[in-house]
Design a protein. Structure first.
Lengths: 491, 96
C-alpha cells in the first residue's frame, strides 16, 4: 500500500486516516518522499515547508485520535505562492517579493488551518499570475508531468503539476482569466474557478481585483467540491465577498444529470482548434446526453470573440494599479539608484519580469488621459454585453459546456516569442471571469501530439452565479461515467 | 495603432518603470501589435450600454467598526528593505 499512497484521491486518503490505517505523519512523509523523487523533473514548488508540515501532521493525528477532525484534517496539500501564509515566504513568482514574509494569513489559509490541513509548500506560478504557461516565473519553469518538455499551463502551474504528479492530494490556485481551469486541463486534473465573491480574496496577492478568485485543484470532482466547501463563504475583510450562504456541494453530488438542460455555445469551438480536443469534448457531450442530459447545441454567445480584448484591457488596467504598491520601500526587493525616483524606477525595472512589465504598460496606457474612454470604458461596456449574453443563455440552460483550451499542452518555449499568440490561447477560459461565473475543468480524454505525446484534455462546465452545486453535480456525473480521472502520468 | 518610442517612454514614466532603449523598442513593437488587436472592440455597438466594473450587485459595503489585533510592528519592519529602529528608512523626497 505504502508505494501507492501518492495515487489516492483526497477522499481515499481521508478514509485511510479516519480508519487508522495510516497516520497523517505517514501520509506527509510519503508526500515528501514523492516530492524528492519527482520534483527534480517537475519543479512544482518555490518553497517547501517540510518541518512545519510534519508539525501540522502530528497535531492532525492528535485531533483525529480524539475522533474530531474534518475531511481535510491531516491531508497534505500545496498552496499557490500568490496566497499569503503568515511566517512562510510568499513571492507570487516574482523577484520583487523574493524576501517577503507575510504578517498575516489569507482568509482561505485561516479556514484551512482550522480544518487541520497540512501544507507541503508554496507552488510555482507565472509572476503575479500573469501567464498561461508557467514560463513567466522568476523561479524557473514548471514541467508538465505528462510530457516534461511541455508546459503544465498557467498561471497556477505548480499547483496543477503537484496534484497531477502525486506530490499533493489537492492544491489551491487562483483564476483571473483561466489560471486554475487551464492548467487543470493541460495537466489532467480537476480545477475550478468559483463565482466572483464566493471565496474571500483577503490575503490573495492582487492581480485583477474584479476578476481574481481562489479555486482548488484535485484528482476528483468530489475532492474539489469538499475543498471549496471549506474555503468558501463571507469574509468581512474582503468587501467584494458575497453574503450568500454556501450550502453543501457534496450532498447533492450523486443526483445525476437526468433532465439537466445543457447548452453548447458554438463560439467556443474556435477556428484552429486541435482535432483531438474537439473530438474529446464532443464525445463528452454525447456522454452527458446518454446520461440523460438535454443537449442544446444551438446556443450562441456572439460577443465571445471580443472577450480576449476585454480581458487584456481590464486585467492589465487593474494590475497596473495593484502593482503600484511595489516601490521598494515597505517590503521586497529594493534597488539602489542614488535618488528616490531612480530607486523606485530601478526597483520596478529589475524586480519585475518581462510579462509583468508588458501588462503594466498596457494597463497604464489604457487608463491614461485621452485613452480611458476608448479602451478601459469601452472594455467595461463590452463586459456588460458578455454578461448579458450569459444571463440570457442561463434562462434556458442549467449549465453550459465548452472546451477549456483550443489545444493540449504546448512545448516549453513555443509561444514565448509572441505575447498576443499566448493571450489568444486563453479564448475559452476568459469569458467566465469577465461575467463572474463559476466554471470547472474535468478530464475528458487525451490528445496525441505530433511527437507522439499523450496529453490530457479538459471539459469546461460553466454554471450560473452561486450555482456551484449544479456545476459539481454535472461534472461528477460525467466523471463517474468515465475513467479519465483515474489515469496517472507515466512516471 | 502604433506607439512611438516617446509614447512608450511616457507610459513607462507614468508607471515609474525604468526602461532601456532596447525595452522601448520592443515594447513599442509589441504594444502596437496588441493595441491593433483591441481595435476589434470598435466594431461592437455599445451605445446605451452601461459599463460593468465588477459583477456583484453589492454597493457601499460597510462593516462594524470593531477594534481587533494589529500585526506585530516587528514582523512588519522585518520586511523593510531599509529600516532605522522602528522606522522605514526612505530617501529625502524634497529636493534642494
Amino acid at each position: 500500500m505504502a508505494d501507492d499512497l501518492h495515487r489516492l484521491t483526497l477522499h481515499e486518503a481521508a478514509d485511510l486516516l479516519h480508519t487508522k490505517q495510516v497516520s497523517s505523519v505517514e501520509l506527509t512523509r510519503a508526500a515528501f518522499e514523492r516530492i524528492r523523487a519527482v520534483e527534480g523533473d517537475i519543479h512544482a514548488f518555490i518553497t517547501l515547508t517540510e518541518e512545519e508540515a510534519l508539525g501540522q501532521a502530528a497535531r492532525a493525528d492528535e485531533v483525529l485520535a480524539e475522533g474530531r477532525g474534518t475531511l481535510l484534517t491531516g491531508i497534505p496539500a500545496a498552496i499557490k505562492d500568490a496566497i499569503s501564509t503568515k511566517g512562510v515566504r510568499t513571492t507570487a513568482g516574482s523577484k520583487i517579493l523574493e524576501p517577503f514574509v507575510p504578517v498575516y494569513d489569507a482568509n482561505v489559509i485561516s479556514l484551512l488551518r482550522e480544518a487541520g490541513f497540512v501544507m507541503l509548500g508554496k507552488t510555482n506560478m507565472d509572476e503575479f499570475a500573469m501567464g498561461s504557461s508557467g514560463e513567466n516565473s522568476a523561479y524557473g519553469v514548471t514541467h508538465n508531468p505528462w510530457a516534461l518538455d511541455r508546459v503544465p499551463g498557467g498561471s497556477s502551474s505548480g499547483s496543477a503539476a503537484a496534484v497531477a504528479s502525486g506530490m499533493a492530494y489537492w492544491a489551491l490556485g487562483s483564476d483571473t482569466g483561466g489560471s486554475v481551469r487551464q492548467p487543470a486541463a493541460l495537466s489532467g486534473v480537476v480545477g475550478l474557478k468559483p463565482t466572483y465573491g464566493r471565496v474571500s480574496r483577503f490575503g490573495l496577492i492582487a492581480f485583477g481585483s474584479s476578476l481574481d478568485q481562489i479555486g482548488p485543484f484535485a484528482r476528483s470532482v468530489r475532492d474539489a467540491a469538499a475543498v471549496l466547501e471549506t474555503i468558501a463563504g463571507f469574509d468581512q475583510r474582503d468587501s467584494t465577498s458575497a453574503p450568500v450562504e454556501v450550502g453543501s456541494y457534496t450532498e447533492r453530488l450523486d443526483e445525476g444529470v437526468k433532465g439537466l438542460r445543457v447548452g453548447v455555445p458554438r463560439e467556443y469551438f474556435v477556428e484552429g482548434m486541435d482535432a483531438n480536443v474537439r473530438d474529446a469534448v464532443e464525445k463528452a457531450i454525447s456522454q452527458l446526453a446518454s446520461l440523460g442530459a438535454e443537449i442544446d447545441d444551438e446556443v450562441s454567445l456572439p460577443s465571445t470573440g471580443a472577450a480576449v480584448s476585454v480581458y487584456y484591457i481590464i486585467a492589465p488596467s487593474e494590475a497596473s494599479a495593484n502593482l503600484a504598491r511595489y516601490d521598494g520601500v515597505k517590503y521586497g526587493f529594493s534597488f539602489d539608484g542614488g535618488s528616490m525616483w531612480e530607486d523606485m524606477e530601478g526597483t520596478r525595472q529589475h524586480g519585475f519580469g518581462e510579462e509583468v512589465k508588458r501588462r503594466i504598460m498596457i494597463g497604464t496606457y489604457a487608463l491614461s488621459a485621452g485613452y480611458y474612454d476608448a479602451y478601459y470604458l469601452k472594455a467595461q461596456k463590452v463586459r456588460t454585453l458578455i454578461r448579458r449574453e450569459f444571463d440570457a443563455a442561463f434562462q434556458k440552460h442549467d449549465v453550459l459546456i465548452a472546451p477549456v483550451t483550443p489545444t493540449p499542452a504546448f512545448k516549453i518555449g513555443e509561444k514565448t516569442g509572441d505575447p498576443l499568440q499566448m493571450y489568444l490561447s486563453d479564448v475559452c477560459t476568459i469569458p467566465v471571469p469577465i461575467a463572474g461565473l463559476p466554471a470547472i475543468s474535468v478530464p475528458c480524454g487525451f490528445a496525441t501530439a505530433d511527437d507522439g505525446a499523450r496529453l490530457p484534455v479538459g471539459l469546461q462546465i460553466i454554471a450560473k452565479p452561486f450555482d456551484e452545486a449544479t456545476m459539481f453535480r454535472a461534472a461528477h456525473a460525467y466523471e463517474q461515467s468515465t475513467s479519465w480521472h483515474k489515469e496517472f502520468p507515466p512516471f | 495603432m502604433s506607439l512611438t518610442p516617446d509614447e512608450v517612454r511616457h507610459i513607462a514614466r507614468l508607471a515609474r518603470l525604468g526602461v532601456t532603449d532596447e525595452d522601448v523598442e520592443r515594447f513599442s513593437d509589441q504594444l502596437s501589435h496588441i493595441l491593433d488587436y483591441f481595435e476589434q472592440l470598435k466594431q461592437i455597438d455599445t451605445d446605451d450600454v452601461p459599463p460593468t466594473a465588477y459583477t456583484l450587485d453589492l454597493h457601499n459595503v460597510m462593516r462594524d467598526d470593531e477594534p481587533g489585533p494589529s500585526a506585530e510592528a516587528e514582523d512588519v519592519l522585518a520586511n523593510a528593505p531599509h529600516r532605522d529602529g522602528d522606522y522605514f528608512r526612505v530617501r529625502a523626497i524634497l529636493e534642494e
